[in-house]
Design a protein around this ligand. Structure first.
Ligand SMILES: Cc1cc2nc3c(=O)[nH]c(=O)nc-3n(C[C@H](O)[C@H](O)[C@H](O)COP(=O)(O)OP(=O)(O)OC[C@H]3O[C@@H](n4cnc5c(N)ncnc54)[C@H](O)[C@@H]3O)c2cc1C
Length: 338
């Protein structure tokens, strides 16, 4: 979850939104943390109602989209949305999100994964699918307690072809700016989303994918694993996943199922102390320490055989893993950092 290259310089745009004028900044993406004051328009980011019904719009992100989309797909008929976005693969379903502006979408379900993380499901207009590229992320925009715009990236964990909804897996941090907003979300409220951004392009020569992730860093890899497991010709998968607690493994049921299919092998590295009642599931390999150099070297012992390494997590993990892989002789062309 580390930004790899600087996005192009932002473009200033004067946009008229639903009769309101907003100064906006647009660019191709806004990974990670970006904040800027919202000023008098802070209420535009209140997520419990449509920004249009609140009667205000505005705000910006230094490296990302800023404006609310001029035509909010929510409330449009499927035909109108299709005409606006065009139809595409996935049974003709059309996409509902745009990368250059934010769309208000209602939260329809929250499924707890652990006491600090949950899967949040957002509703898309009838007939719409997110159709995000594998490994891509979305941007969520909200206002923090002081009315400042907060923009954070989250990787969708639902099937890109799922019609009518998408899901994100979010961990909440005690002092996190976005975490404090998400903690107050209630089903029925809306939140502002834009995207998708980035993504992973498989190579025809890929024979094996080694996925190295920590915590919610697994999110961008979920869709990729689902796709690879479903296609017999797809590369075989090895996942090394680091979590603080066993209960934070996500998506735990799917990982177990994919492993039973024989197309995924995975090892869980649990960094926190053992908790009462915590048990590995059948088929799980659990190691109680951080991912270390020897683990990465063992995974990389067959470089040059169509193996690609996908790394996603906090900066420390990404830097360490990258350096271990390079020491093992893995070409930088075979290392993908999310
Ligand atoms: C491309 C990309 C994809 C991402 N996908 C996801 C995703 O699918 N799900 C998800 O939950 N997050 C994801 N993230 C991280 C997410 O964007 C936020 O950084 C995260 O939710 C914290 O935001 P916050 O505003 O709550 O915390 P901030 O206000 O940014 O941070 C406040 C404090 O929270 C703690 N904190 C924040 N982040 C971490 C961390 N990673 N590890 C440990 N402590 C931390 C620290 O103590 C920090 O000082 C992704 C990031 C990127 C760049």
């Amino acid at each position: 979850m580390t930004a790899r290259r600087a996005p192009p310089p932002p473009t200033l745009t004067l946009l008229v939104v639903a009769g309101l004028t907003a100064l906006t900044v647009t660019s191709s993406g806004c990974s990670g943390v970006a904040e800027a004051p919202v000023g008098a328009s802070g209420e535009a980011f209140v997520d419990d109602r449509s920004p249009f019904s609140s009667g205000s719009a505005g705000g910006w992100c230094r490296r990302g989209p800023a404006a609310l989309c001029a035509a909010q797909p929510w409330g449009e008929s499927a035909a109108a949305a299709a005409a606006r976005n065009g139809s595409g693969p996935g049974g003709g379903a059309h996409t509902a999100l745009l990368p250059h502006c934010f769309t208000a979408l209602p939260l329809v379900a929250v499924t707890a994964v652990s006491d600090s993380a949950a899967v949040y499901r957002f509703q898309l207009p009838t007939g719409a699918a997110l159709r995000h590229p594998l490994g891509s992320h979305l941007l969520l925009r909200a206002a923090d307690a002081d009315g400042r715009a907060v923009t954070r990236a989250y990787g969708p964990v639902s099937d890109p072809r799922a019609v009518g909804y998408f899901e994100v897996y979010i961990r909440l941090y005690p002092s996190g700016a976005m975490s404090s907003r998400v903690r107050r979300w209630r089903v029925g409220q809306t939140a502002l989303w834009s995207g998708p951004f980035g993504g992973y392009r498989p190579r025809p020569t890929d024979r094996r994918l080694v996925l190295l992730a920590a915590g919610t860093g697994v999110a961008p890899l979920v869709g990729l694993m689902a796709e690879a497991v479903a296609r017999p010709a797809a590369p075989r998968l090895t996942l090394l996943l680091s979590v603080r607690r066993l209960q934070e493994v996500f998506p735990r049921r799917r990982l177990a199922r994919w492993a039973r299919s024989g197309r995924l092998t995975y090892e869980l590295f649990v960094t926190g102390p053992e908790e009462d009642g915590e048990r590995p599931w059948p088929g799980e390999t659990v190691t109680r320490r951080r991912i270390q150099r020897r683990d990465v070297l063992a995974a990389a012992r067959q470089p040059g055989t169509g193996t690609r390494y996908l790394v996603c997590g906090p900066q420390g993990l990404v830097e360490a893993v990258r350096s271990y892989l390079r020491q093992a002789g893995v070409s930088h062309r075979d290392i993908v950092i999310f």
